[in-house]
Structure formats: C-alpha cells, structure tokens
Ligand binder design. Structure first.
Ligand SMILES: O=C(O)c1ccc(O)c(O)c1
Ligand SMILES: [Mg+2]
Length: 593
C-alpha cells in the first residue's frame, strides 16, 4: 500500500522534513498547516520540491473549529475555508482535513453540522477539492468516528467523507469493528498512531505521547484491518505528535516510521517478509576495551576462563563459564557507536544471538530498513542496533545442545544483557527489537537514579532464554553510566559472592538501611537476612518465586550482575534498581574524590 507521513511527525524545517520522508521511502505526505505557514517557500515551491523528491501531497490539514456554529461564524468560517482552497490549488493537493469542532461555541446538533459541512463540500467541489471529516477524541460534540459518520452520511455529498485516526478511536476505547460497516469509498483517509497506555488528559496524551504503530499499547492493526475490510484503498499515513520526535534527527525518525508501517503491513498479511528469526539464546556478549586487563581480572574472579586470543576476522578473546560466554576485543570488532568518543573505555559493543536461520534473519532486517553489515571479513551476519551496537546472528547450536535458558540453574548462563539507548531512541529501539528480531516487548518501567529517572523496557523471546533490557538514561551525559551490564544466572549467588570475596574482589556495597527495609517488607528468616546483609545481596519476590542478585564494580562503562531465580520469578529486581543506582552513584563520587 502507499505510505504517507504527516509533517508534524518530524523535526526540522519543512524542507528538511520533505527530504527525510523521501529518503525513508514514503510515497507521500500530509502537510500540517503550521509547517506551511512558517515556511519561506511558496506553496508552488513546496509542490515543486515534493515533486522533485517523488513525494505526493496527499492531504492538507487541519481546518479547525468549522462546523455546528451560528450563522455569522459560519460565514466567516466559509471565507477562511475558501482561502485554504486557494493554498491547496497552489500546492496541487485536493484533500482537506476538517477536524471536529473543539470550541465551546459549537452546538451538539447533527443536522446543523451536516448542513454546514454539506455547504463546505459544495464550495470545495467548485475547486475539485474533497473534505475528510475527522472526529477528534476531545471534540466538543463529535468525538467518535461513529458520530462523525452519522453526520457525513446525513450531509450526503460525494466529496465529503471521513478521516479515521487510530489514536482518536483507540484512546476512547472505541470498537474498530464498526468501521467495517462504513462504505470503503467514504473513508477518504486513514491516519495511524500508537500511544502508550496511560491515564491522562486525552488532548495532552495525543499531543505529546503518540508514537509509531508497534511502539505503544494500541491495537493499530485492528483499526487498519477494519478500514481495509470496509474497502479503504487510500494510503496508510502516520500522524504522530511526539515531544521526542520533534527533537530527534528527522531522517532517523522517518526510517523508524517507515519500519512501523512495513511491520504493520506484515501483521495484516499485506506484505510478505522472511519470518522473524526467533533467537533461541544469547550466544555471547562482547566488550570492547583498549586496556582489557581489568575486565580480565573481573571475569577471572567471577570464575571465567579463557582459551586465549583468536582471530575470526577480528581479534577477540573468548571467556567462558558454563554456558555464559564473554568476548573481549581491543580491536574494531565492536563498531564504535557514533556517540562514543571514549574508545578506551570498556563498554558493551555487541551481542551474539543464536538464530536458527541467520541468512533469512539478515534478509528480514534489510526489509525492515535495519542496517546489515556486509558479510566480507565477518564470520557472522551482523545487524547494527539503534544504539550503534552490533547484533551478531549466530547459527543456533544443534537440537538438544544446551542453550542456556532462564531456568537452567545448574550452570552459569547469561540471564540478560542491558543496553543503553540514546535519549531519543527508546521507542525506536522497542520497535527495532520487536519487528526485526521478533522479540516481545514488556512494560516500560521508570527507575529512580540520584540524577534522574531511567526508563527501562525489556524484550524477550517466547521462552525467555533471550532477555534484553533497553535502558534510557535521564540525561545524555549519563548515557552509559549505571546502565550497561551483563547479568549471569548462577546456581547460587551466595556461593558466587563468597568465591569473589575469597579472590579479593568486592561487590557493590549496599547500605544497611536497605536491609532494615527488607526486613520490614518481607518476613525473611533472621539468618537469611543476616547472610544477605553480610554479602551485599539484594532480594526480591513475586507471586512466582524469589530473586537474589548482586553487582560487581563497574569496569569502564560495564558492570556485571550475578543473579539467582528461585522458582519461577519473572522480573529483574526493579524494586532494587534505585538502591543499586544510588550505590553506584555514591561509589563514583567516593572513587572520584
Ligand atoms: O491535535 C490536533 O489538533 C489534531 C489535529 C489534526 C489531527 O488529525 C489530529 O489527529 C489532531
Ligand atoms: Mg488525526
């Protein structure tokens, strides 16, 4: 299907927006009126620029506060509309979006609304213009698509139809199945936006938190599917008001948006992509460090051993314990993320994922506009993740061979890897890992660090043998601090900490207050509490089981977590994260003094 995006969804000048849309492969755009009003280009020049870039102008929007008003106001509104017809003629576009009236002056009178919209349509017809009427979720009288359809049906003009917007429908818990009853040729336009599930004022929610389909909690595919069933054959158009998108790089946002529509069309059975790779385990995590000695010492203390250096295209050192593998590289194997100028600081630069069919997975990534590295010099297929780190697609081990797994406590496995996202890349990352890798998104949580709120969201495969935590630092300056880590599930955290201590290594110091609080919250046996306190081990519990964990000191930007899931504990100890981050903060300060 044709794909469009509203200019309001992107940062930059109108010219920059057009370039970004074209580069990402969109077919057309909706011109958001304030973008045109603020542009130094004339409508003709904008049309020319769009033509040069191969973009159609599919919609001009919005005409506001138009219908169901008194005679005088209607006369003024019609005059205003005629001026817009003139702008549209100069732009060479023929579809005008009218959103339902949000003014207190409008009356709840369907007959009046239909009559006035009918007259608007008649005036538009003289210019070959069509009108798409959209129910805003906060419209004074008209705020559901069913209501807007009753008015459009009553007005009964060939050039008056509906604009459906998934946000307005789903934010009010509308049932999209009713859309199937609307004649497809009366749905003039379909705008798509997702949003995180929340409870807040609906206008604020719409203007600040919309996101691309697949990034939030709305069933955008349900609305789209219903419109297609009704016979809608216009474009799929993204209309996203989002504070971060307004600041982020428009070229990146546009690609992110296109990816969301490719994935949506796959979900709807319109596009056929190679199947999602279904990674079956974390093969390894890779740390780059110019001076890897401290990483080696820490891994040794944790019980890892190495078989030395090897060259598989890049120079790497493999460290292993049980089924957990860490690669250390001092070379360029971990592509330096563009934001990272501290090449000598140890940091996570790649992970390897066991993938049943790496070649097909790489093909899928290409279809979804993810950068795939050329195969030359590389032992494995590799995709660049949004944070700049590399995802190696490693052939899965043969059936029956142990691939770790979350509840394999007899040996050491990588339980999860936590990666830091760029400040505007959180939604992009969520969509990347879910669409490209087929991982499932979990709820996003906020974690209090002494310097601000971290956001964290995990993505997992079906049996949770692959768990990635996507962390977003509160401030770009903190981007890699307190966030990047590799968590090892061990048979016994208590034994592991004792071994570490015996080897002369400390774990992150946890304040006594924490244990007093633990005692208040959980009725733990006194002896258990004493042991946890002595060893600096954090504790959590859910309805499935218990969780014990502790942390190493950071080496560069990376630290390690040792954890033990008892029973079917599902979480990550999020309740303890603020204590851990405060401890890391205090440690940094102490170390810095
Ligand atoms: O927030 C608004 O005003 C607004 C304008 C036009 C739209 O299509 C929309 O969905 C919202
Ligand atoms: Mg809209």
């Amino acid at each position: 299907m044709r794909t469009c995006i509203a200019t309001v969804s992107l940062s930059g000048s109108l010219t920059e927006k057009l370039a970004a849309c074209a580069a990402a492969g969109f077919d057309g755009i909706e011109i958001f009126e304030p973008d045109l009003v603020a542009s130094p280009l004339s409508p003709e020049q904008i049309a020319e620029r769009a033509r040069e870039l191969g973009l159609s102008i599919d919609l001009y929007q919005p005409l506001r506060e138009f219908e169901a008003v008194d005679e005088d106001e209607f006369t003024r509104n019609l005059r205003r509309a005629r001026r817009k017809f003139e702008v549209m003629r100069r732009l060479g576009t023929d579809l005008l979006l009218v959103c339902s009236n949000v003014s207190p002056r409008t009356v709840d009178d369907d007959a009046l609304a239909a009559a006035q919209l009918g007259l608007l349509a008649d005036a538009a017809a003289e210019h070959g213009i069509r009108i798409a009427y959209e129910a805003l979720a906060w419209g004074t009288a008209v705020n559901t698509y069913a209501h807007s359809w009753r008015i459009v049906e009553a007005a009964d003009r060939p050039n008056l139809g509906l604009c459906l917007d998934s946000f307005h429908i789903l934010a009010r818990d509308g049932d999209p199945r009713g859309i199937e009853q609307i004649p497809g040729d009366k749905i003039f336009f379909l705008q798509l936006a997702d949003a995180p599930r929340t409870t807040m004022d609906i206008l604020q929610w719409s203007r600040h938190l919309r996101c691309f389909p697949g990034q939030g909690g709305f069933d955008v595919a349900g609305v789209t599917g219903a419109a297609l069933k009704a016979g809608y054959h216009g474009p799929l158009s993204l209309e996203v008001f989002n504070d971060e998108f307004r600041q982020a790089d428009s070229a990146r946002t546009a690609v992110d948006g296109r990816r969301s529509l490719i994935r949506l069309q796959e979900q709807l059975g319109i596009l056929d992509l190679p199947a999602a790779p279904a990674p079956s385990g974390i093969a390894y995590a890779q740390i780059s460090a110019a001076d890897p000695e401290r990483v080696r010492r820490q891994l040794t203390a944790l019980g890892f051993t190495t078989d030395g250096w090897s060259r598989q295209g890049d120079l790497v050192e493999t460290w292993q314990q049980g089924d957990a593998r860490i690669l250390i590289t001092t070379g360029s194997a971990g592509r330096d993320s563009h934001r990272d100028s501290h090449h000598d600081v140890a940091r996570l630069t790649a992970i390897g994922l066991h993938t049943p069919d790496p070649a097909a997975a790489a093909k899928r990534a290409e279809h979804l506009l993810a950068p795939v590295l050329p195969r030359d010099h590389r032992p494995q297929e590799a995709v660049i993740a949004p944070d700049g780190s590399l995802l190696y697609l490693v052939p899965a081990p043969p059936e029956g061979a142990s691939d770790g797994g979350p509840n394999a406590p007899t040996t050491v496995v990588i339980d999860h890897v936590a990666l830091t996202q760029q400040w505007h890349g959180f939604d992009e990352a969520a969509l990347f890992y879910s669409s490209v890798l087929g991982l499932t998104l979990r709820e996003s949580v906020e974690l209090a660090d002494p310097r601000g709120l971290f956001r964290s969201r995990t993505v997992t495969n079906a049996d949770e043998s692959v768990r990635l935590a996507l962390n977003l630092a509160p401030h770009p300056a903190h981007i890699d601090q307190h966030a990047q880590h590799v968590a090892f599930a061990v048979p016994s955290v208590i034994d592991a900490v004792r071994r570490l201590r015996a080897a002369g290594h400390d774990t992150l110091a946890i304040p006594a207050n924490y244990y007093d609080d633990l005692d208040a919250r959980f009725d733990l046996p006194a002896q258990t509490l004493v042991r946890l306190r002595e060893l600096g081990i954090l504790y959590d519990r859910d309805e499935h089981g218990e969780f014990l964990h502790c942390y190493t000191e950071s080496v560069g930007r990376v630290f390690f977590e040792l954890l033990q899931r008892v029973g079917g504990y599902r979480g990550y100890g999020a309740a303890n994260a603020p204590v851990r981050m405060a401890a890391q903060h205090n440690h940094t300060i102490t170390a810095g003094r």
